[in-house]
Design a binder for this molecule. Structure first.
Ligand code: NFK
Length: 256
């Protein structure tokens, strides 16, 4: 299926039969990535007495699994500012459109002491004057173990608050990254990049200009076969009423 798209007075075509999936699958084994000190997700059949909800066990007509997982810890998820505020805000109530023009950039975080940081200068250079609605950051090196890594206590790379402020100031509404957080793992709750991106000045009482309709998507994986550049992004997620929900961002090539 080929769609014609008009965006900012420019015309493109998009081939919906060529999706580029940048989400991670969620599995109940040690292949699943983990962050924030959690155990593996659980996906297991319902049991009631000697009945088990698994066709191969011979008692059930259907496979019928319970799933226990954590959206922040177990894979690709999209969050709204409700992740860091005292009051409850649901991403399902605040992400209401699902197609965006996105710029995919690749950045090798810079070593600063024991940390690896993505700087404002790097983001600005990689964007090269582009002003997309969404930014997809692939960190380098882009190794396969990102798909299976246990990030707990590994001090992963993160985004400087200046970079997050810059991303907000140029009007980007959706930020996607292949790390478990845009902030430092152990930061005493400062969450500088989260706050800068969402423009949250007071977590106790939300300021009027906080960016409720903006999202951060973490723990994506962008295969090396996908080149940096402009894409159509379909940002879809499960409809949990929660600060974050597991999500399935898909890129499509934009043909001019
Ligand atoms: N860095 C924070 C913790 C944190 O960022 C966090 C903790 C649990 C689940 C998700 C987190 N951040 C995700 O972006 C802290 O040290 O308090």
């Amino acid at each position: 299926m080929i769609a014609s798209i008009k965006h900012n007075y420019k015309n493109y075509t998009v081939d919906f039969s060529q999706p580029l999936d940048i989400s991670l699958p969620l599995t109940n084994d040690n292949q699943n990535p983990i962050a924030w000190y959690q155990d593996e997700p659980k996906i297991e059949p319902v049991t009631m007495g000697d009945w088990i909800g698994k066709v191969s066990e011979g008692k059930s007509s259907t496979n019928f699994n319970n799933i226990f997982f954590n959206p922040h810890a177990h894979g690709t998820h999209t969050e709204c500012l409700g992740h860091i505020t005292k009051d409850f805000y649901s991403v399902n109530q605040h992400l209401k459109t699902f197609f965006f023009v996105a710029e995919l950039i690749s950045i090798e975080p810079i070593a600063v002491g024991d940390d690896f940081i993505i700087t404002k200068e790097q983001v600005e250079k990689a964007l090269n004057g582009n002003n997309p609605e969404a930014i997809v950051i692939r960190t380098l090196p882009n190794i396969d173990n990102k798909k299976h890594k246990n990030y707990s206590n590994s001090n992963p790379p993160y985004l400087s608050d200046k970079a997050a402020t810059y991303i907000r100031e140029i009007g980007i509404k959706h930020l996607l990254i292949d790390l478990p957080s845009v902030d430092k793992e152990h930061d005493e709750g400062k969450l500088l990049a989260h706050k800068a991106f969402w423009n949250v000045k007071n977590i106790e009482e939300l300021n009027k200009n906080a960016r409720l309709d903006c999202t951060i998507t973490e723990m994506i994986f962008v295969d090396n076969s996908i080149k940096d550049g402009s894409y159509l992004l379909n940002l879809q997620m499960a409809p949990f009423e929660n600060d974050a929900s597991p999500s399935k961002p898909i890129l499509y090539k934009l043909n001019e």
